[in-house]
Ligand binder design. Structure first.
Ligand SMILES: Cc1ncc(COP(=O)(O)O)c(C=O)c1O
Length: 388
């Protein structure tokens, strides 16, 4: 194989390029008509009432927690096996992050573990649809309802996925807000980008303000109306806007979401067939009825059994032109977290720790050919002779 195969990458076609070119020729650069159209395409796809497209999912998570206007010092619960942004949004809003261990099969936050971490200070749960697999939203909603907690679902990995009940992730039938990411390795891309869906009009209006520095020009929202220049800053927000250029790319990509998903799932089937009976390898588990878009394909590899460290395996594969990655170093063990909240002992999250020791994400993206997938299979299998 002469081409390097990364663990994930975008697929840009001529239609995407034409969509971006049209915007560049249109006179709009930042927010213009493409934003509404992109938001409409997301609403339609996931079945939510409202959508706010923003600069990235990190900011979308921050804005979502900000929109809840939760008292400083309250607690929010999330999973340790995620990108740091899922927990950082609590800190940037004055909340204390609390981690609940994951389920050993799905690698998603365990509802039982959430229950154990709830205190009178808990106000919000941030479940993450890890690798594209929807969380057990029914169980999480039941917990949230009992304790009057908000749910901000981090679906950065999961546009195009369905819950076990068949409803699309992002429809917000059980969560207050759902966040998507459109970073290039994600299922669809807008370069950088994110979006928040909700069915709650009050939250929607706050999110619109939080996208633009907390400012509104909506006459119905203003305390007075002295003239056409007038606006009010009603919330403390940042500049979280997406550009029309990004929205045009995102909308063009949305039109291929189903085909991207189909191709991802085809490669997943190939991989599952190749690896399911290999000793020392555990293939991803998909919960009954859940229809994942598979942002990532994460293997659990018994590196002790192979007799090679993960570093050695990653280096060997890299030499063969195959990129791999670790998703994720448990957030509770990041130096910032340990320094600020020293009590997050890895021992408290044994399932996450055991997952972390063995996880390896291997290449999965829709542009991969069968030949490339087979090349990856062959090399993963031969990396430890023990599998032959
Ligand atoms: C689970 C999760 N949440 C949030 C984010 C942040 O997304 P973005 O890169 O769009 O800021 C990521 C990005 O990798 C992620 O994986």
């Amino acid at each position: 194989m002469d081409k390097f195969i990364p663990y994930g990458r975008q697929w840009i076609d001529d239609a995407d390029i034409e969509a971006v070119e049209r915007v560049l020729r249109s006179g709009y650069l930042t927010q213009g008509p493409e934003i509404d159209k992109f938001e409409d395409s997301i609403k339609q796809s996931v079945g939510a009432k409202y959508c706010v497209a923003v600069s990235n999912a990190t900011q979308a998570l921050h804005m979502s927690v900000a929109a809840l206007e939760i008292d400083d010092g309250s607690e929010g619960i999330t999973t340790p096996v995620t990108f740091v942004a899922s927990a950082n949004c609590l800190i940037t809003n004055g909340l204390v992050p609390v981690f609940a261990d994951i389920d050993a099969q799905t690698y998603n936050i365990s509802p039982n573990e959430i229950e154990k971490r709830i205190t009178p200070k808990t106000k919000v749960i941030i479940p993450v649809d890890f690798a594209g697999q929807a969380v057990d939203i029914d169980a999480i909603k039941e917990i949230a309802e009992k304790r009057k907690l908000f749910i901000v679902e981090d679906a950065a990995h999961a546009i195009g996925s369905n819950y076990a009940d068949g409803k699309p992730v992002g429809c917000c039938h059980k969560s207050d807000m759902t966040v998507f990411s459109f970073h290039p390795v994600k299922t669809i891309t807008s370069g950088e980008g994110g979006a928040i869906t909700t069915n709650n009009e009050v939250l929607y209006k706050k999110l619109l303000k939080l996208r633009t520095v907390g400012i509104t020009k909506d006459k119905q929202e203003l305390g007075q109306d002295p003239g056409p220049w007038y606006y009010e800053m009603q919330l403390l927000g940042g500049n979280n806007r997406m550009t029309d250029i990004q929205a045009a790319l995102g909308r063009s990509q949305m039109s291929r979401l189903n085909s991207f998903k189909k191709r991802r799932r085809e490669i997943v089937s190939m991989y599952n067939n190749a690896f399911h009976d290999k000793p020392g390898i555990t293939v991803p588990y998909e919960e009954n009825g859940v229809d994942s878009c598979f942002h990532l394909y994460v293997l659990q590899m018994d590196f002790d059994k192979i007799g090679k460290s993960r570093k050695q395996v990653m280096e060997e594969l890299r030499q063969k032109g195959i990129g791999t990655q670790v998703h994720y170093i448990p957030v509770n063990s990041q130096p910032y977290y340990v320094g600020k909240y020293g009590e997050y002992s890895p021992k408290e999250y044994p399932v996450a720790e055991s997952y972390y020791r063995k996880c390896l994400s291997i290449p999965l993206f829709p542009m991969m050919s069968d030949e490339e997938a087979e090349y990856v299979e062959k090399n993963i299998i031969s990396v430890g002779d023990v599998y032959e």
